[in-house]
Ligand binder design. Structure first.
Ligand code: ASP
Length: 332
């Protein structure tokens, strides 16, 4: 296994044990007949390289390509993180994860682990750590440096030298190791601005919700199908500051039916640096009065995670709608 020289001597400043949770992803993959696939053993490799200064190491089973991660997987990761903190006394946790859905998991964990008094940092790699020149070692050592520096409790992604708050992160690139960006949407402090009715102490099982992007020629039957399937929540990716094809009466009728059936529909902007601001255009009130709530500047990753956790927490639809407009970490 190849490793860079810069991994020696950094966690000396750690003021407690740093747990490592391995969930899968390219970082620990090996080439097989069908292409790269997760393989057990990264824990032993890291233990060897990092020595006694880091640990315990926990490897989830099965390890997955993060394309297969869903809200249930976030719940498994959250439970393992809580156990590392509460049972093993870790003062910070490094989560190794595939890059494809890392930003979603980071957002999911931020909400699920609300109140956990330690930092949780996610990282991974664009190239397997066993490959010469892999970005994996730099990401692992950089993420451990970040944890050892004692950042405020909360969720972070560390990748290619960047430290990104968990609720402001998106995967942006596939052809370079600098794969993630800090999203440039309106932000606030990375601290709890309100006291939500859930915490890490009673782990929520996040619900499965849908994401529906509007597009020219949008077919309202797509929304109706979600309503008929009993999906409890939907992130509606709107144009610009929150507009949609309100001139199509079937669109408004589908939104009204969704609301009547208890589905929570939250609008976000498709623009990478955009935010929903209902009231800007005369037509906005049609969406609002059909029950759509504004997701402000939330990214898709964050809106999906927040809606999943709110619904999983068992809050009634009306309370979920209220909480979607409240900034817990500056995500709105
Ligand atoms: N497909 C991989 C995953 O997300 C990609 C990666 O880790 O870079 O698990």
């Amino acid at each position: 296994m190849h490793r860079s020289r810069r991994d020696i001597g950094w966690v000396m400043t750690a003021n407690g044990r740093l747990g490592v949770l391995i969930t899968g992803g390219t970082i620990g993959m090996q080439p097989g007949d069908a292409g790269l696939a997760p393989e057990a053993g990264l824990d032993a490799c890291l233990r060897n390289a990092l020595g006694e200064r880091v640990g315990p190491f926990v490897e989830l089973s099965p390890l997955i390509d993060s394309a297969n991660a869903g809200p249930e997987f976030w719940g498994r990761i959250a439970a393992a993180v809580v156990s590392l903190v509460e049972d093993e006394g870790c003062s910070g946790v490094l989560v190794l994860h595939g890059t494809d859905t890392m930003a979603y998991t980071a957002a999911g964990l931020a909400f699920l682990l609300l109140g956990l008094p330690v930092p949780v940092v996610l990282t991974g790699a664009m190239h397997p750590i066993g490959e010469v020149g892999s970005d994996g070692w730099d990401n692992v050592t950089g993420a451990l440096d970040l944890l050892a520096s004692g950042p405020p409790a909360g969720g972070y992604v560390y990748f290619a030298g960047k430290q990104i708050p968990a609720v402001h992160c998106s995967k942006w690139r596939t052809q370079t190791t600098d794969a993630f960006v800090r999203t440039l949407r309106p932000t606030a402090e990375l601290s709890a601005l309100a006291s939500p009715p859930w915490t890490y102490r009673k782990l929520v099982a996040p619900a499965r919700v849908a994401v529906l992007p509007l597009h020219p020629g949008f077919e309202p039957a797509a929304l109706e199908a979600l309503v008929e399937a009993g999906i409890p929540g939907c992130v509606l990716e709107c144009y610009g500051s929150g507009t949609g094809p309100v001139a199509d009466p079937r669109f408004i009728a589908a939104l009204e039916r969704a609301h009547a059936r208890g589905m929570v529909v939250v609008a976000i902007s498709q623009c990478p640096e955009g935010a929903v601001a209902f009231g800007h255009y005369a037509t906005d009130h049609l969406m609002k009065s059909a029950g759509v709530v504004s997701g402000g500047g939330m990214t898709r990753e964050v809106a999906l995670a927040k809606l999943s956790v709110l619904l999983g927490a068992g809050l009634p639809a009306s309370a979920c709608r209220d909480w979607l407009g409240v900034s817990v970490f500056g995500e709105v």
